[in-house]
Design a protein around this ligand. Structure first.
Ligand SMILES: [Fe+2]
Length: 174
């Protein structure tokens, strides 16, 4: 279950209906998906996608998404620091960044026009779609990262980060 934090207001939102309402009001698509089979730690990309197919297939068909894959980041991931830094700087994408968290957790930070900066701690079962063109960054933590997530694309080229160069993320890094 996700948790929203708004550091400048010293506010946290933990209740599901309030999380849904908050994200809807700022134009961020959020949902919760259940796996229809138990996944073990060694589940392959195909196993993960198959386990979520009941929700995944209609979602992709209805929204024009073409490709899904699974990312796996953990303490054994090589070059984790470089991977972390790539998405830790504020950026945008030309298409929506859609993620379904299957295990572990990570923080999506949003810097949306007219709203205080907030982050969403995404955990198992959370689907989040960062709207195309919106300023955001992502952090799986400085050490001991663990994220397993389905990525959903129209075209994987849309995933290229376009950095804003604002350096705003440095202000919020703990
Ligand atoms: Fe991104």
């Amino acid at each position: 279950m996700a948790i929203i934090s708004i550091p400048d207001k010293n506010k946290k939102i933990k209740e599901e209906s309030e999380i849904r309402e908050f994200l809807q009001n700022v134009g961020v698509w959020y949902d919760r998906w259940e796996a229809n089979a138990t996944l073990n730690d060694n589940a392959s990309q195909e196993d993960v996608i198959a386990a979520y197919s009941k929700a995944l297939e209609p979602f992709m068909n209805n929204n024009g998404y073409k490709v899904a894959d699974v990312i796996n980041i953990n303490s054994t991931t090589e070059n984790y620091e470089a991977i972390r830094n790539k998405f830790l700087q504020e950026h945008t994408h030309t298409e929506d960044e859609v993620r379904v968290f299957v295990d572990g957790e990570g923080l999506f930070w949003f810097n949306l026009e007219g709203h205080a900066v907030f982050n969403v701690l995404c955990q198992k079962g959370d689907l989040i779609s960062v709207p195309a063109g919106s300023r955001h960054w992502f952090d799986a933590g400085e050490s001991d990262p663990f994220v397993k997530a389905i990525r959903i694309f129209i075209d994987t080229s849309g995933w290229v980060p376009h950095y804003t160069g604002s350096d705003i993320e440095k202000f919020y890094l703990e």
